[in-house]
Every structure is written in structure tokens, then in C-alpha cells.
Design a protein around this ligand. Sequence first.
Ligand SMILES: Nc1ncnc2c1ncn2[C@@H]1O[C@H](COP(=O)(O)OP(=O)(O)OP(=O)(O)O)[C@@H](O)[C@H]1O
Ligand SMILES: [Mg+2]
Length: 115
Amino acid sequence: MSEQRSGENAATAVAGGRPPMVRVEDVHQSYGTGAAAVHALRGVSFEIPHGELVALKGRSGSGKTTLLNLVGGLDTPDRGRITIDGTDLAGLGETGLLELRRDRIGFVFQGFGLP
Ligand SMILES: Nc1ncnc2c1ncn2[C@@H]1O[C@H](COP(=O)(O)OP(=O)(O)OP(=O)(O)O)[C@@H](O)[C@H]1O
Ligand SMILES: [Mg+2]
């Protein structure tokens, strides 16, 4: 007899007690300083377990690219913590981040970055 799992249960089974693939904790990110500062992210927190497919949506300027640049290790947050499969990005340093981007993260840039 086969068992049909809901999406959430299937993701939990795939995760198998591992730390989440992505964990974002109270992340803040601003551009510029003083009166001209733009607070792109103000305390963002969420988790993505292994095996889940997640889409991030929001109006233009809501901070999607800012957030993905942080999760992808392309930028570092002003405040808060990001862990990928249990590894805190803040502890990686340039070489560790480079290896993460090389081995674990696929990134399609909004502007494609193609000539
Ligand atoms: N390099 C930057 N310098 C100054 N402000 C920036 C910079 N990058 C983004 N911002 C500002 O930060 C906010 C979030 O921008 P972000 O690009 O993350 O939004 P987005 O959700 O990806 O928007 P879109 O759907 O248009 O791609 C916006 O107010 C934007 O103007
Ligand atoms: Mg964007």
C-alpha cells in the first residue's frame, strides 16, 4: 500500500532531522546613511527545510534581490544571522564564501550579467 504525503511532510522526511537548508534570523540591511538611508530589510526571519522548493515574491523594491544577495553569500547583512545547512555565513570569510558560492549556490542574476 502506498502512502501519499503532503508537501510539508515530504519535505520534513527529506530533511531527516538536518538543520534547515536556509535559516535567516532577524536580518537587517540598509543602503546609504543618515537621512538618505534606505532600509531594504528590517528584521527578516524564515527557514527553508531541505527538499522544499520556495518562491519569494513581493512588489518592486520590497527587498527580494537584497535578501537573495545575502542568502547567496554575495553580500553580508548589517545585522542578523544567515545559516546554510547549519553553517553560519558570518564565520566563513572570503575563501569560505567563495567555496559556498562555487559548490552550493546557483544564482541567476536579475540583469543576467551577460554581455
Ligand atoms: N545599491 C543600492 N543602493 C541604494 N539603494 C538600493 C540599492 N539596491 C537596492 N536599493 C534599494 O533597496 C530597496 C530594495 O531593493 P531590491 O532591489 O532588493 O528590491 P526588489 O524586491 O529586488 O525589487 P525588484 O522587484 O524591482 O527587483 C529599494 O528601495 C531599492 O531602491
Ligand atoms: Mg530584484
